[in-house]
Design a protein around this ligand. Structure first.
Ligand SMILES: [Zn+2]
Ligand SMILES: [Zn+2]
Length: 238
């Protein structure tokens, strides 16, 4: 686990190949995504490193239902009693403990390093996590905790949400898996529907934000909206 301060009160928790995010608003903690199963202990450690404790965790927002994002949510909810938020399309999957949408196979995106894909795929394919009741089912345009605007950005998966965070600091796009930023901005490894995925990247890029953080890869610390708007990977002909 590696904790990185993105800006005051906003932390990236690197859990190996996937990130979660911790936001402290006046002492109340919000966690975005939870890594793969068995990562609750590392997330608790990250919370301590950020100067707080698990009892302050009040809200857990899930960008989508893939197991590298919802793997440890049941354990963290048990420990904290936090409210869990997800889009209404993915909530039934989380409630069934099933990370895969029936009839919606994941297809590899163009130009992605195949070894990363082959490494991740068995994890996604296993598809089962501890079922969990979703407390708040969100929709496009909803505002969560007064600070996070929900952007329904399907394509990687239906019901995927990105979040636009707006506080006293800089605006931050929490991109989830709409795309990734490993060595550079690129498609995520897999999409249910790549055409929808492209329009979702454009939808997120049209917002105003200085910083962008990703489920996979490194944050962009300035002019992130312009960089995403001007990136050509999602505009090239498929
Ligand atoms: Zn995903
Ligand atoms: Zn992911």
């Amino acid at each position: 686990m590696k904790l990185t301060t993105i800006q005051k009160g906003f932390y990236q928790i690197n859990l190996g190949f996937v990130n979660a995010f911790l936001i402290d608003i006046n002492g109340e903690l919000i966690l975005i995504d939870t890594g793969v199963p068995k990562k609750a202990g590392e997330i608790v450690e990250a919370i301590v490193q950020a100067g707080s404790d698990i009892t302050k965790l009040k809200h857990i927002i899930l960008t989508h239902a893939h197991p590298d994002h919802i793997g440890s949510v049941a354990e963290l909810r048990r420990m904290s009693g936090a409210k869990v938020y997800a889009h209404s399309i993915v909530a039934p999957l989380i409630e069934a403990g099933n990370c895969r949408r029936p009839g919606a196979p994941l297809k590899p995106s163009p130009g992605v390093m195949s070894h990363i894909f082959s490494w991740l795929m068995p994890l996604i394919a296993s598809g089962k996590v501890t079922p969990l009741q979703v407390d708040v089912k969100v929709q496009d345009g909803d505002i969560i905790c007064g600070r996070f605007k929900v952007l329904h950005t399907s394509g990687h998966s239906a019901g995927h949400i990105a979040l636009l965070f707006n506080d006293s600091g800089k605006n931050v796009l929490i991109a989830g898996d709409i795309c990734m930023n490993m060595s550079k901005l690129a498609y995520s490894m897999v999409y249910e529907d790549i055409a929808l995925g492209r329009s979702s990247i454009a939808k997120a890029a049209a917002q105003q934000f200085d910083i962008a953080v990703f489920g996979h890869g490194n944050p962009i610390m300035e002019n992130a909206d312009k960089l995403l708007r001007n990136a050509d990977f999602y505009k090239a002909k498929l």
